[in-house]
Design a protein around this ligand. Structure first.
Ligand code: PLP
Length: 358
């Protein structure tokens, strides 16, 4: 077996130990005579996994008692709709700070539900707006930000101070660094980048916001429905939750989010240094102060070279480097589960490729 260096943007790398545990336990889970896939979501065996998963998220994110953790379905896209459905009452408007193609999606979906305004946007998404460039409305129902721009390669390194409740899409950087959860009314993340396989969406939501949520929407789409039933209102994706648990156990054993932040900083420092060392060959389109610690985007002198770079990297065992179809270029996603050694291999390849091409 040869496992590649996996730089996929999502679904993406999963820690080997989490996969190996699933492999060991696949046919028989904890002496129960069946796989976890075959257990009822109402049975003791799964309930234990479910509770452990929720508990680990609370522990790792240091979620205060004022907030609840929900495991929902439909990915971040379902949240693009559910957030305004629940939190945007008639007559009010929501503020969206646009820093990435995913913020655009969230904003457009909000407008299908109610009123929304752009409260900040830098053309080209080359950086995060400064505080004085935001036009926040104190009476907004909420302010939505995209914590890490998976496509643009930008990241909020300090979240804005807002009078209105703050909502963040953390799909691509949840659990990658310490975050003060108390600052947020709602945090959401599709699991397939930093938590595990696709299929679940983590929502960390203030209990006040759940209670204040609209009730004139279908029951399934109310946060209160899922909060009341501990995310077991209907059949959850049990295997995704089980595998997320394995990943969260690994993360905990590795030292939690503070240790991850340090590792992620080292990985991306290495990559950005490799880019900056050859400014006439590699170019990072994002301002230094806004650079992402999760998705490192860069370009070569021509689109032809971008493609050649990705193709040759793949031959050398490094996959997933092609930029998103909407932005092109090269993107190395260096999520928690991507080992430092993978980044070292990529940096060596970059040096080699630039030398041969130049
Ligand atoms: C991947 C991603 C999404 C889309 O997630 P789905 O789970 O496919 O809906 C949304 N926002 C961000 C920031 C992402 O990285």
């Amino acid at each position: 077996m040869t496992r590649v260096h996996n730089f996929n943007a999502g679904p993406s790398a999963i820690p080997l130990v989490a996969l190996e545990q699933a492999q060991r336990e696949l046919l028989e889970f904890e002496g129960t005579g069946m796989s976890i896939l075959e257990h009822s979501h109402r049975g003791k065996a799964f309930e234990k996994v479910h509770d452990e998963t929720l508990g680990l998220i609370k522990k790792l994110m240091a979620v205060p008692d004022t907030h609840d953790v929900l495991l929902l379905q439909g990915g971040a896209h379902a949240q693009f709709a559910m957030i305004p459905m629940n939190l945007l009452p008639a007559g009010k408007s929501a503020d969206y700070v646009l820093t990435d193609g995913w913020s655009d999606r969230a904003f457009e979906e909000c407008k299908n539900v109610g009123a929304a305004r752009v409260a900040g946007k830098i053309e080209g998404y080359g950086r995060i707006p400064r505080a004085d460039e935001l036009s926040l409305h104190a009476d907004a129902a909420y302010v939505h930000v995209t914590s890490n721009g998976t496509l643009s390669g930008t990241q909020w390194h300090e979240f804005p101070e807002t009078a209105a409740p703050l909502v963040a899409d953390m799909s691509s950087d949840i659990l990658s660094r310490p975050v003060d959860v108390a600052k947020f009314a709602l945090i959401y993340a599709g699991a397939q980048k930093n938590i595990g396989p696709s299929g679940i969406t983590v929502v960390v939501i203030k209990k006040d916001a759940i209670a204040a949520g609209r009730t004139d929407i279908p029951k399934y789409f109310r946060y209160s429905t899922h909060a009341k039933e501990r995310s077991l209102y209907n059949t959850p994706p049990t295997f995704s939750i089980y595998l997320a648990r394995n990943v969260l156990r690994w993360l905990d054993a590795e030292g939690g989010v503070a240790a991850m932040a340090e590792k992620n900083r080292k990985k991306t420092d290495l990559l950005y240094a490799a880019i900056d060392a050859r400014p006439d060959f590699y170019r990072a389109p994002v301002d230094k102060a806004s650079r992402s610690r999760m998705n490192v985007v860069f370009r070569l002198p021509t689109e032809e070279l971008d493609s050649k770079f990705c193709a040759e990297a793949e031959k050398a065992g490094m996959v997933g480097l092609k930029g998103h179809r909407s932005v092109g270029g090269v993107r190395a996603s260096t999520y928690n589960a991507v080992p430092h050694a993978s980044v070292e291999a990529l940096v060596a390849f970059m040096d080699d490729f630039a030398r041969k091409a130049g």
